[in-house]
Design a protein. Structure first.
Length: 95
């Protein structure tokens, strides 16, 4: 009988632990939702997404789903473009 009593106590402790963890998870999820509600994401405006969608559709010849659009910060893309254009110049002249 002593083993059965220990098992019942262990099960009761485990159930209490699971309840406490479930309550904690619910509380943290509620805090997360509240925090997400406070901060509106600084996303790309809808008209820009529509313009990108139209450009992609025109390029591919069919409708495509835009999954992610992010603003690029920095000048890496501009520098890369300049490097490509300048790399095409013939610096020695043609004969």
């Amino acid at each position: 009988m002593s083993a059965e009593l220990e098992d019942e106590e262990t099960v009761a402790e485990l159930l209490e632990t699971v309840r406490a963890l479930s309550d904690r998870v619910a509380h943290l999820e509620a805090e997360l939702e509240e925090e997400r509600g406070r901060h509106e994401p600084a996303g790309v405006p809808d008209d820009v997404v529509i313009a990108i969608s139209a450009a992609v559709a025109a390029f591919l010849g069919q409708r495509a789903k835009v999954k992610q659009v992010h603003y690029r910060t920095g000048e890496a893309w501009a520098q890369q473009g300049r490097a490509v254009v300048q790399g095409r110049h013939n610096i020695y002249g043609s004969r």
